[in-house]
Design a protein around this ligand. Structure first.
Ligand SMILES: [Zn+2]
Length: 427
């Protein structure tokens, strides 16, 4: 490239004035100067110029994307002389030894600190794109250029900004070919924080590096916005009422979850989340409070006189009457899959505990002359003095005490006399 090579010819006039020869008929020579120092005199200036041009072109062919020029300033001084003394071999030898090449580069600086020399502005910009691509998808980066006026739809997120943490600047420089970087080298320098030596040796042995891994020269800052829906839990309100007995509850109003829409902004530094902020919050659907009624009316300890079957299903395996030479005072119920034992009527627990032959035994006084007895339970879930409602759980069917298998022994007494349970309950 001719224009890149600074070759100037300065005509020196007035030499040989007053001689007998016409100046135009005298031979011309050229004094060759390299950065102001004369390196010889030649007759054929074009030959020197072509020699330099070819040297530059050879190098350009090896690096197609480089803009090369001769680093030294080569000038010629024209002179008319009487006798020619051509030093072409000396000039060529001098050029071979002294001339060097310069590459026009774009210098990439981070916060004013030089990082790399790229052959063009496009390559320098590519370096920045590649650095960003380590943390952001290429497609997302391409979208960044376009205007984003529409809102982020519900259920979606979008990258709204990609920035660099430090100031990156480009300027034009001339450097020697050995100082030119590829895009890959420049990206690596930024990523590794430049010339970091990963390990050092001492006495021939590797010394474990105590240094933290080198920080990158700059961080990629990404901002993302997401619009999402979130459930609003409903409240539970408990209202007391004397229309229900103590311990009884009733749902007056079913609760329902509400819904809100959030616009969340997240900031990432080199793919690591740093901050999350709620930018907007809008209630789309108000939640409905669940209203529960809770009884305050004292539970009756007086029985209704109307008894219920004290087990969950099952069959009668033994009735009241003579058995094995003794009188069986109650009925036996067995063959259940759910072993829950229930109070046969409202009343007050007057006995609850382990007895020798009855095993775990509960006696309920129904306050109306009636008493019921439950025996052989594996466990008891009520206490003496406890007021209990008809159908409430009092224990679990078992085979404690004098018993030959899992069953419930159930008796009913009225004013101290035995009653036949089957006159009061049926399966
Ligand atoms: Zn029995």
């Amino acid at each position: 490239m001719w224009k890149k090579i600074a070759l100037t010819t300065i005509a020196v006039v007035g030499i040989g004035v007053g001689t007998a020869y016409a100046e135009s008929s005298l031979p011309t020579v050229y004094h060759v100067y390299m950065d102001g120092n004369q390196i010889g005199t030649v007759e054929n200036k074009e030959k020197i110029e072509t020699y330099v041009e070819e040297h530059v072109e050879d190098a350009e062919q090896k690096h197609e994307d480089w803009d090369l020029s001769l680093r030294e300033n080569l000038t010629f001084e024209e002179q008319k002389v009487l006798s020619v003394k051509d030093e072409e071999p000396k000039v060529l030898k001098e050029l071979d030894e002294e001339m060097s090449l310069a590459v026009d580069v774009v210098r990439l600086q981070v916060n004013g600190q030089a990082v790399a020399h790229l052959p063009s502005k496009e390559k320098a910009e590519e370096v920045i794109e590649k650095v960003k691509e380590q943390h952001v998808d290429t497609e997302v980066l391409e979208e960044q250029g376009a205007e984003q006026t529409e809102e982020v739809p519900v259920g979606e997120s979008r990258v709204t900004e990609v920035r660099l943490s430090e100031a990156v600047t480009f300027d034009d420089q001339k450097v020697s070919p050995s100082q030119v970087h590829t895009v890959k080298q420049a990206v690596s320098k930024i990523k590794k924080g430049d010339g970091y030596a990963p390990s050092s040796t001492k006495g021939g042995r590797m010394v474990a590096s105590l240094k933290t891994p080198q920080e990158p020269l700059l961080d990629v800052l990404v901002t993302e916005r997401e619009r999402k829906e979130k459930t609003i839990e409903h409240k539970v309100e408990i209202k007391k009422t004397d229309e229900l007995y103590e311990g009884e509850t009733k749902v007056k109003q079913k609760g329902a979850e509400g819904k809100k829409e959030l616009l969340v902004e997240r900031s990432f530094r080199n793919s690591k989340e740093e901050k999350e902020e709620i930018l907007q919050e809008k209630v789309v659907k108000e939640p409905v409070t669940k209203v529960v009624l809770k009884g305050t009316k004292p539970a009756p300890s007086k029985g209704s006189g109307d008894f219920i079957w004290p087990a969950v299903g099952g069959t009668i395996t033994s009735k009241q009457g003579e058995r094995w030479g003794r009188y069986h005072k109650g009925i036996d119920i067995a063959g259940v899959s759910d072993k829950t034992i229930k109070a046969s009527d409202n009343g007050k627990v007057i006995e609850a505990g382990m007895r020798k032959s009855f095993g775990n035994k509960v006696v309920i006084d129904h306050g109306n002359g009636y008493e019921t007895i439950y025996a052989h339970m594996s466990s008891i879930s009520v206490k003496e003095g406890q007021v209990i409602q008809r159908g409430e759980k009092i224990g679990v069917m078992g085979t404690t005490g004098r018993s030959t298998g899992i069953h419930l022994h159930f008796e009913i007494h009225k004013n101290g006399s035995l009653e036949n349970p089957l006159s009061h309950v049926s399966q």
